[in-house]
Design a protein around this ligand. Structure first.
Ligand SMILES: [Fe+2]
Ligand SMILES: [Fe+2]
Length: 326
């Protein structure tokens, strides 16, 4: 589909795409035909339905031969990547670029699923505006490292982080693109992706709980902005942008948020953007223990029941970015 498609070759009208060898899992089945290019011709190397084995990787070990898949089967490659996402992300032999691309593919697929009922402009906008920046951010080793850390603790927080990262980056580009340097934009985007990094310190039993949390469990959740700040400080990843976002993304425009109950202009602008993206993602994402709402409905809830919590101008821009038929 989009510009992200890397068309690496064409033969008799059939388009082939690059398949990074590093995403293939040993001794797992795959559901797409894998080709090699030999003297300009594409030849079947491994037929779908078989196991990808050590033998296959040995044949390709010197790195001079590249693998390809027909474009029409790329959906199956995406599914495969999503199935093995956590293993691919945790695999030290997969480079950051390939991890970034798997993380991006999986997130955009789930964002498309969230929006499948809405006019597709939404997705085109997100992809067009934020794709390049998001790919760049996810390619940074330290951002990916931290996301892998979250993923190893809790898959849902990981998914949430990446989607919030994409929405908030898109909104920042819409609002401030001409006022920010590329470096500033990149630092902000990294902050959005890592906004909930402190959640990795909240015990699993609290994150997985299906019934209402006790006050002391809420107390643990409410620590995550501070824990996130500490984690970035300890690992040397604390930029001023990430600090503002991680610490203040639960502050609310009307002063009802935490940890400092700041209000209005007392809250850093980028934390306010993150708050909007964060709330929207939480409402629309499905979790095993909680029903999700459709994007249009989520925007309506935010407008009718929560408007005082958000910066009005920023929220208006968010609706313009994501609202149906906008
Ligand atoms: Fe959070
Ligand atoms: Fe969040």
């Amino acid at each position: 589909m989009s510009s992200r498609v890397k068309e690496t070759g064409e033969e008799k009208g059939i388009v082939f795409r690059d398949l990074p060898l590093s995403i293939m899992r040993i001794n797992e089945r795959y559901d797409f035909d894998i080709y090699l290019q030999i003297r300009g011709d594409y030849r079947l190397f491994a037929a779908k339905g078989a196991l990808f084995t050590d033998q296959h990787t040995k044949l390709l070990a010197d790195g001079s031969i590249r693998l390809y898949v027909k474009n029409e089967e790329w959906d199956k490659v995406e599914e495969y990547q999503i199935n093995y996402l956590s293993r691919i992300l945790a695999d030290p032999s997969v480079n950051s670029h390939d991890k970034a691309s798997v993380a991006f593919t999986a997130s955009m697929k789930s964002i498309r699923e969230i929006f499948h009922s809405v006019e597709s402009r939404t997705i085109r906008d997100v992809e067009k505006n934020a794709e390049e920046m998001v790919q760049l951010i996810l390619s940074e080793e330290e951002v990916m490292e931290n996301l892998v850390w979250i993923e190893s603790h809790d898959h849902f927080t990981y998914q949430h982080s990446v989607r919030v990262g994409i929405y908030a980056t898109a909104l920042t580009i819409k609002l401030f693109n001409d006022k920010l340097t590329k470096q500033e934009m990149a630092a902000l985007s990294a902050g959005y992706f890592l906004h909930d990094i402190g959640m990795a310190q909240v015990p699993m039993r609290v994150l997985e709980k299906s019934h209402p949390l006790t006050p002391s469990e809420w107390g643990l959740i409410r620590m995550h902005p501070m824990w996130g700040y500490d984690r970035l400080l300890e690992t040397g990843h604390l930029t001023p942008e990430a600090a503002a976002i991680v610490l203040s993304h639960h502050e609310r425009h009307d002063g009802s948020g935490y940890p400092f109950a700041r209000e209005g202009d007392g809250i850093p602008a980028y934390a306010k953007i993150c708050a909007i993206a964060d709330t929207f993602e939480s409402l629309t994402a499905s979790r095993p223990y909680r029903k999700s709402v459709k994007p249009f409905h989520a925007l309506k809830i935010m407008q009718q029941e929560m408007a005082a919590e958000f910066d009005a101008e920023m929220f208006k821009s968010f609706i313009l970015l994501l609202g149906p038929g906008s």
